[in-house]
Design a protein around this ligand. Structure first.
Ligand code: NDP
Length: 445
């Protein structure tokens, strides 16, 4: 094994040039896991760290499609199959113009440990395309999804690789992708999760990431004898994860005062109540409009290109995208009295911002742990598909809550540093151990 984090990272950077998000995710992981591996001879002997950063397989493919005016477009599709030690590759598909190999490799890498933390038999993967669903008609999105699946179908399956949704891939896209998969394979199997409930989906899957994230925050708060009740929360994003985070915070008696999208942020000091949340769901999931329309409807503040991090709050839930909290944002949050940051998005905090939170010793729940509820219920959807049955809302939500509580326990077990719990360290080591041991058992493959 390389002697230092720097030496290890030098190799990573040399071998994966220009992949800055991937470097960032590996660095955050290695900084906490390397000292643990140093104390465990077997992980060094089997070169687990060196092996785990190398994807098992990457598929890159052309996705041609025709728009409503008959013009041809060409996008690039990807699937990164990162690690299958614990089960079939599992992780979402992202459709966004910024998608590239670096972003998908960072997401697939984090997915390995997140999936491991759930305790379910799930490997790690991620995929997507540099396609922008914004401003496209339903028919254009359908043709894109069909073309994407024309290649992807030969690489996935219920025992091989089971994609789900992520940014830009929600219920509509999963429907089109599944329809094409079924047509090409001529079989109805659970090769995707996040399906519609009346054709193989699980109840609570759409809610799972946001709900799980709030359960995780509640567990963290409990360690300081606090709870979400009565707390002021800021949430970024206004998509799937953000909406269900708001929903669960409301159920716990908290107050959410912000939402955002890539154009700007709204600040509603009265709080986003149930009715306002229904407006957001319709605006984003049906009308596919901009969050600015919320401010117009409810007469509150809207800041073009703004972020929620300079607003006074007790808890922050970043639920939009990677690197949305920078150092200055973290400093603002801490100096405004924020006690807890719980990541609904994947890697929304830069390494410099993370340092600010850890130094201030606030409760910080990393995405790997805090947003694992989505993949956990995807795992439950796979189980229901293979057993050919459906569980009730209550059954699924109870299982989700248990899984989030267990993830929290694992983080505490490996992350305790005196009175303080370093959840970043805890999540990384707990996620690592299960995968690493499985890799050793399965030989040099
Ligand atoms: P959605 O597409 O439903 O929503 C994404 C939201 O984030 C939108 O409000 C979007 O605004 C905003 N956003 C996206 N990209 C940017 C950007 N570059 N800058 C500013 N805002 C941006 O995605 P999800 O809610 O599913 O995903 C949100 C985050 O949660 C991602 O990091 C994802 O990886 C993570 N996650 C999702 C899971 C799931 O089950 N869906 C599971 C675990 C993690 P706009 O509409 O303007 O694009």
């Amino acid at each position: 094994m390389e002697k230092t984090v720097e030496a290890f990272m030098e190799k990573i950077e040399e071998k994966n040039p220009g992949e800055k998000e991937f470097h960032q995710a590996v660095r955050e992981f290695i900084e906490t896991v390397m000292p643990f591996v140093r104390k465990n001879e077997k992980y060094q002997k089997y070169k687990i760290l060196e092996r785990i950063v190398e994807p098992e397989r990457i598929i890159i493919f052309r996705v041609p499609w025709v728009d409503d005016n008959g013009e041809i477009h060409i996008n690039r599709g990807y699937r990164v199959e990162m690690n299958s030690a614990l089960g079939p590759y599992k992780g979402g598909l992202r459709f966004h113009p910024t998608v590239n190999l670096s972003i998908l490799k960072f997401l697939a890498f984090e997915q390995i440990f997140k999936n491991s933390l759930t305790g379910l038999p799930l490997g790690g993967g991620k995929g997507g395309a540099d396609f922008d669903p914004k401003g496209k008609t339903d028919n254009e999105v359908m043709r894109f999804c069909q073309s994407f699946m024309n290649e992807l179908y030969r690489h996935i399956g219920p025992n091989t690789d089971v994609p789900a949704g992520d940014i830009g891939v929600g219920a509509r896209e999963i429907g089109y992708l599944f329809g094409q998969y079924k047509k090409l394979k001529n079989e109805f199997t659970g090769a995707l999760t996040g399906k519609g409930f009346n054709w193989g989906g699980s109840l609570i899957r759409p809610e799972a990431t946001g709900y799980g994230c709030v359960y995780f925050a509640e567990e963290m708060l409990k360690t300081r004898r606090e709870s979400i009740k009565g707390k002021v929360c800021v949430v970024s994003g206004s998509g799937n994860v953000a909406q269900h985070t708001v929903e669960k915070v409301l159920q716990f008696g908290g107050k959410v005062v912000t939402l955002s999208d890539s154009s700007g942020v709204i600040y509603d000091p009265d709080g986003i109540d149930k009715e306002k949340l229904e407006f957001v769901k319709d605006l984003k999931n049906v009308k596919r409009g901009r969050i600015k329309e919320y401010a117009e409807k409810y007469g509150c503040e809207y800041v073009e290109k703004g972020k929620p991090w300079n607003i006074k709050c007790d808890i922050a839930f970043p639920c939009a995208t990677q690197n949305e909290i920078e150092k200055k944002d973290a400093e603002n949050l801490v100096s405004n009295g924020c006690k807890c940051v719980c990541e609904g998005a994947n890697m929304p905090t830069t390494l410099e911002a993370l340092e600010v939170f850890l130094e201030a010793k606030i409760l910080f729940g990393p995405g790997k742990a805090a947003n694992a509820g989505g993949v956990a219920v995807s795992g439950l959807e796979m189980t229901q598909n293979s057993l050919h049955l459906y569980w009730s809302r209550e059954e699924v939500e109870e299982k989700l809550r248990n899984i989030m509580q267990n993830i929290h326990k694992s983080c505490v077990k490996y992350g305790k540093e005196g009175d303080f719990v370093n959840y970043v360290k805890g999540a990384n080591i707990a996620g690592f151990v299960r995968v690493a041991d499985a890799m050793i058992d399965q030989g040099i493959v």
